[in-house]
Design a protein around this ligand. Structure first.
Ligand code: ARG
Length: 460
């Protein structure tokens, strides 16, 4: 009888339930499983103080070569996880055993699937987080370009959604860009947490072999080892939750951008226009060009927050050590990443396509938008601020009550031209945005390249 790796006698329904979606989800981990395995086997071959090596250096080289072939299959989308493999870890071991015989059966020495999957997930998360950061930079750049193109076109600034003060389209766009760029801080915090090596903790309690954990940390390019083996097993799920928290917050920021775009492209506002090709119609109302794409950004933001909540709910009452619940963290963070990254890309496309109706933007300026500016003119003439405020306030109160009043109307272009201090309409530092965007890109790309180089060095 042909033995499966775990020689499973588990009932088929129970097995299907416990395996869940791993045969599909784990495909994303195949490359990283090969990398983690290559590091582990290299370390095994270098282990000192044993009478007989677990694997020799020549054998480790053979394993790495075979792993490179497996990783190539994964790269080409030809890697398959069979039902009886259960997950990527067993699939890789099966393939190595098919290719190398007994040598393939040695690669799991001193390792558990618990530390193996934890390492795979962390490598995958590092890679994906850096790609997401690149996409954040891309979207921020689209907003900055959009703002620069609109230049000083005046836009009614709002608080409580009510007309408030003179602003510009560029201030609106770069304000969103800056908020989005700031989210890199949260992604980086999640990245730093993912950048720790749990390998060598085995099932969570170490093994009676002289594992060199620092060596796999070095080979895989982690910033450090998670020292305590039990702690390393407990950390599974925690970095997924941290990443989901960063993603949920980023999505909430993106959702606010989407909401502004929806509002400002409503016919009642008419400041912006979405390209017709980006709007969807109605099956009954022929006049409809709806911003469904932006509404779905709002909905996806809610979903990613739900994924974060799910991850913390899953963790909060779990006892110490590995529990199979942790397997479900995988779907949560993968779904969160996929949703967020797709949203970043789609928003970049939408923003690049939006056009500005400068005349509608100007036409929306009612006298109230200039009220503060008018009061400040009185201040310039020597009136104390609070008195100036009440003068203007009284006039607008009369208007509000339907009594006649003389409120001054000013020119929107002239008023925005007067706002010159740091960060206001005419005080926006375009070079600052360009530099921040370039820095985010550069740092993400250089780390992605470093990860690629580590991978290539291990899988040859
Ligand atoms: N697919 C499993 C997971 O993601 C792999 C680890 C299985 N470990 C175990 N002790 N059953 O958690």
């Amino acid at each position: 009888m042909k033995k499966t790796i775990t020689d499973s006698t588990v009932d088929a329904d129970i097995l299907a339930y416990t395996v869940g979606d791993d045969p599909v989800l784990d495909l994303a981990l195949a490359k990283w499983d090969c990398m983690g395995t290559a590091a582990h086997v290299t370390m095994l071959s270098e282990m000192k103080g044993l009478k007989r090596p677990v694997v020799t250096k020549a054998e480790a080289a053979k394993v790495r070569k075979a792993l490179a072939t497996v990783a190539k299959l994964a790269d080409e989308g030809k890697f398959r996880i069979r039902e009886d493999d259960q997950d990527v870890h067993m699939a890789v071991e099966r393939m190595l055993t098919e290719a190398l015989g007994d040598l393939g059966k040695k690669i799991h020495t001193g390792r558990s699937r618990n530390d193996q999957v934890a390492v795979d997930v962390r490598l995958h998360m590092k890679d994906e987080t850096l790609r997401a950061e690149g996409e954040v930079a891309e979207l921020a750049e689209c907003l900055v370009v959009f703002g620069a193109k609109a230049g000083p076109v005046p836009l009614v600034g709002r608080t409580h959604l009510q007309p408030a003060m003179p602003s510009t389209v560029e201030m609106w766009a770069t304000g969103h860009a800056e908020m989005i760029l700031d989210q890199v801080e949260n992604l980086e915090a999640a990245y730093r947490l993912a950048d720790l090596n749990p390998l060598g903790s085995a099932a969570g309690y170490g093994v009676p072999l002289p594992l060199d954990r620092a060596r796999t940390t070095e080979l895989l390019g982690f910033s450090r080892t998670i020292h305590n083996c039990f702690g390393a097993s407990m950390a599974r799920g925690e970095c997924e939750a941290a990443l989901l928290s960063a993603l949920a917050q980023l999505m909430a920021v993106l959702s606010r951008l989407a909401e502004d775009l929806i509002l400002f492209s409503m016919p009642e506002f008419g400041y912006f226009r979405l390209p017709r090709a980006y709007c969807t119609g109605s099956s009954i109302m022929p006049q409809k060009f709806n911003p469904d794409v932006l509404e779905l950004v709002r909905s996806k933001a809610a979903q990613v927050l739900g994924l974060q909540t799910a991850s913390l709910s899953l963790l909060h009452a779990m006892p110490g050590g590995y529990n199979r619940d942790l397997q479900d963290c995988k779907w949560l963070y993968m779904k969160g990443l996929e949703t967020t990254r797709t949203t970043l890309r789609i928003l970049a496309k939408v923003v690049a396509g939006v056009s500005v109706d400068a005349e509608k933007c100007r036409a929306a300026f009612t006298p109230g938008v200039f009220a503060t500016d008018v009061a400040l003119r009185k201040v310039a003439a020597g009136v104390p601020w609070r008195d100036a405020y009440h003068d203007v306030r009284d006039q607008f109160a009369a208007l509000y009550d339907g009594r006649p009043a003389e409120v001054a109307n000013l020119d929107p272009d002239e008023q925005v031209a007067l706002k010159t201090h740091e960060g206001t309409c005419m005080g926006l530092d375009r070079r600052l945005y360009a530099k921040r965007i370039a820095d985010v890109r550069k740092s993400a790309v250089s780390r992605l390249r470093a990860l690629d180089r580590r991978c290539a060095a291990l899988l040859k």
